[in-house]
Design a protein around this ligand. Structure first.
Ligand code: ZN
Ligand code: ZN
Length: 223
């Protein structure tokens, strides 16, 4: 197939021929993409992401709607997200114990009103007690599949407009984040080696920007 698309914040229009897997090299336009963090739009919606510095993937559907599922397939969900960059890694004990085989969990953010769930009967909810705060019950609700244990998404009545899907449960290809933010490092497990470099930002506790602000200030908020 062949597609016309225009790059974000640009009048630059290029026609590309893509293969059946919707993946193609973008060496001829790499300088444009690298400035735009690898997102491409058609009619305002994001339809493509850079997989790495050599290849680009065209998405069948706009990226705004993300599809997710547990491993056994008993639960499927979808949600719209204007903030799909999986950039924030949380090393707190709850995240790494419940959803963090690598020592951390990554949550993105979606619009709670748009959340659609199939297989609700297969979901359990966990409310953690925070050992660092006198075992106070956390207000966050952690949803997981009770058949296979996959972490699905989190809600919190303090922010009822948002739902926080685990990036690990999302099936829609997500972009490689422009930068990685490592948070709650005061609770990091000793065996986890932190990556080093200019795009690896570290916080002992909470980050200095909300998920929405982080996307907005980098031109990555999807409208
Ligand atoms: Zn499952
Ligand atoms: Zn955490």
């Amino acid at each position: 197939m062949s597609s016309d698309f225009s790059w974000e914040h640009s009048t630059f229009v290029v026609t590309l021929t893509v293969d059946d897997d919707h993946i193609f090299p973008f060496s001829q336009i790499r300088h444009v993409l690298s400035n735009r963090r690898g997102l491409a739009r058609i009619d305002g919606a994001v339809h493509g992401i850079a997989l790495n510095s050599n290849y680009f993937m065209l998405l069948d559907k706009p990226m705004l709607r993300l599809e997710g599922s547990c491993h056994c397939g008993a639960v499927r969900f979808s949600v719209t997200s204007r903030t799909p960059q999986p950039y924030m890694q949380c090393y707190c004990s709850i995240c790494r114990k419940t959803a963090g085989g690598g020592g951390y969990a990554i949550n993105i953010m979606g619009d709670a009103a748009s959340l659609k769930v199939r297989g609700k009967a297969n979901i359990s909810v966990y409310r953690a007690r925070n050992t660092a705060r006198g075992r106070r019950l956390s207000s966050a609700r952690r949803y997981f599949c009770k058949k296979c244990g996959s972490a699905l998404f989190i809600t919190d009545p303090r922010w009822p407009q948002w739902v926080y899907p685990h990036a690990s449960a999302i099936d829609t290809p997500l972009p490689q984040p422009a930068e990685r933010v490592h948070i709650m490092l005061g609770a990091k497990a000793s065996w986890v080696r932190l990556p080093d470099g200019p795009d690896e930002v570290q916080f002992l506790e909470y980050p200095d920007q909300s998920i929405e602000d982080w996307h907005r200030t980098r031109g990555l908020l999807l409208e």
